[in-house]
Design a binder for this molecule. Structure first.
Ligand SMILES: Nc1ncnc2c1ncn2[C@@H]1O[C@H](COP(=O)(O)OP(=O)(O)OP(=O)(O)O)[C@@H](O)[C@H]1O
Ligand SMILES: [Mg+2]
Ligand SMILES: [Mg+2]
Length: 471
């Protein structure tokens, strides 16, 4: 049974001010209702003034997704009554959106490239936010700081075939938006998704307002199972809107299609139609993820996997380019594999890491001043300092203070001799052909030299030492 998924994505554009007034969009740490004016509170007589920057951001996205910008687009009123919407209508775009017919390339479940078609993008205002007081209160609070934040709604065709594809699509889209600089991925709730899903031949269900990618994948996975079970029992899937309960990982029915609002859309009389198609040619697009990934492979000679990881986030790609001069391939491994792993473990962002320090660390590795094992140790120490808000010492200083420079041949010899003398059983086992025994001896030497000796080199030295009758 084929799974069919189409998404509607609401992206908060990172303009400095709201879509129809001059209020600041930087509201997240502020007191409720402190970023409001007569326009976003809908006081009588207040009139909207369109934010040009938001239009330009929308056009930038349209161009990046290869879309057709309409010669004339139009704002419309979407009428509904709810406390998060002080005007009792949302200004959005309806039958004349900003742009139509785009594409995004993703990987399908078999790892092949595939195209997800974009139906349309349009501008609209974010409603306010209801705050439900815990403990069964009789009332809810409403915060209008979010009211009027510019949203770009991106609607896809039903081209995705699994919850995993939907997640990959969202990752890809988010990367593009971050590259374009129109969206701040670190903002909570900056991207909210309505996920539509059906099984071939059945009605579709829309799961509204999911605020994380993992949430989208989970909600869709739940829906696939739920819908399959219904059909298996001979029941029908009903066309309805559902809510996703993040905590429990399930969706619940919100309303059926019959109960859907009639929004009574009509053209917004307070705003003139938009004629901006001629502005598109002048928009300069930055290098986008696919182009940057390809360039990384040719310019730096790194693998597809590394290039993909490194260009998955523009900040990470910039970081890599700032340290690649030391040794591009070594840098790719350390940044994409080691550093990212350590950052995830600490829940840290790449922004907190000083690139010069990592470049210095790479130089120590490249010149074989330290081993990989010590490299990881030093990296951890630097990251812990950054995480604690302490100054990040140069790696050379840490290596010097803690005596972590690569062990010299003389040191090897002594420690190897000691380890071999102390473990006659292991030596016998090795002579009897047991591979593990050599690893054990190498491990002993590694421990003794605190990772300052290279394990491969040691393996050779220890085996030679035993073979040539050093004991
Ligand atoms: N059979 C289907 N299975 C899954 N998704 C579908 C199917 N048909 C359409 N879709 C998706 O549903 C979404 C339709 O969104 P659209 O906004 O056009 O209509 P709507 O959901 O009825 O309206 P709204 O949500 O704005 O009130 C698109 O993302 C589309 O890809
Ligand atoms: Mg909408
Ligand atoms: Mg919809």
């Amino acid at each position: 049974m084929k799974t069919i998924v189409g998404l509607e994505i609401h992206v908060q554009l990172s303009t400095a001010t709201k879509l129809f007034c001059g209020c600041s969009t930087d509201y997240r740490d502020d007191e409720p209702n402190t970023h409001c004016c007569p326009v976003c509170l809908a006081l009588p007589g207040a009139l909207p003034r369109l934010n040009k920057k938001a239009v330009d951001y929308g056009l930038k996205v349209a161009k990046a997704l290869d879309m057709k910008v309409l010669e004339e687009s139009e704002f419309a009123r979407k009428n509904y009554f709810y406390p998060d919407l002080p005007k009792a209508y949302q200004i959005t775009q309806y039958d004349k959106p900003l742009a139509v017919e785009g594409t995004v390339e993703i990987e399908d479940d078999e790892g092949h490239e595939k195209i997800v078609r974009i139906t349309r993008v349009h501008l609209e205002e974010d409603p306010g936010r209801l705050v439900h007081v815990a403990g069964g209160s009789k009332y809810s609070l409403v915060d209008y700081n979010r009211s009027g934040i510019p949203l770009l709604e991106i609607v896809t065709e039903p081209d995705m075939r699994s919850p995993q594809e939907a997640r990959r699509f969202l990752n890809k889209l988010r990367t593009i938006l971050e590259y374009l600089g129109v969206f701040d991925g670190d903002r909570e709730g900056g991207l909210r998704v309505d996920a539509n899903i059906s099984l071939e031949g059945s009605e579709r269900v829309e799961v509204k307002n999911i605020s994380s990618y993992k949430g989208v994948e989970k909600a869709l996975t739940f829906e696939v199972t739920r819908q399959k079970n219904l059909l298996r029992r001979g029941q029908k899937v009903t066309r309805e809107t559902r809510h996703f309960m993040e905590g429990r990982g399930i969706t619940t029915s919100a309303r059926s299609k019959e109960e859907e609002h009639d929004y009574r859309y009509f053209p917004e009389p307070d705003l003139r139609p938009l004629r901006v198609a001629d502005r598109v040619a002048a928009i300069d697009l930055p290098e986008l993820p696919v182009a940057r990934k390809n360039r990384f492979m040719t310019q730096y000679g790194i693998s597809l996997n590394h290039a993909r990881t490194l260009t998955g986030d523009p900040k990470l790609a910039d970081f890599y380019e700032a340290v690649a001069h030391v040794d591009p391939v070594l840098a790719a491994t350390w940044v994409a594999d080691t550093l990212l792993g350590e950052l995830n473990y600490r829940d840290m962002g790449i922004a907190a890491v000083p690139a010069e320090r990592i470049a210095e660390l790479l130089a120590l590795l490249r010149t074989e001043t330290i081993t990989d094992t010590v490299g990881v140790q030093v990296l951890r120490e630097m990251l812990d300092a950054c995480a604690a808000g302490k100054p990040c010492e140069p790696p050379a200083v840490i290596v010097e203070r803690e005596g972590l420079a690569r062990a010299t041949g003389d040191e090897f010899a002594q420690v190897v001799e000691k380890a071999v003398a102390a473990n006659p059983r292991a030596v016998e086992d090795y002579r009897a052909g047991k591979k593990g025994a050599l690893n054990f001896l190498v491990g002993q030497v590694m421990k003794e030299t605190r990772g300052r000796a290279d394990p491969r080199e040691l393996g050779k030295i220890v085996s030679e030492y035993i073979d040539t009758g050093g004991v």
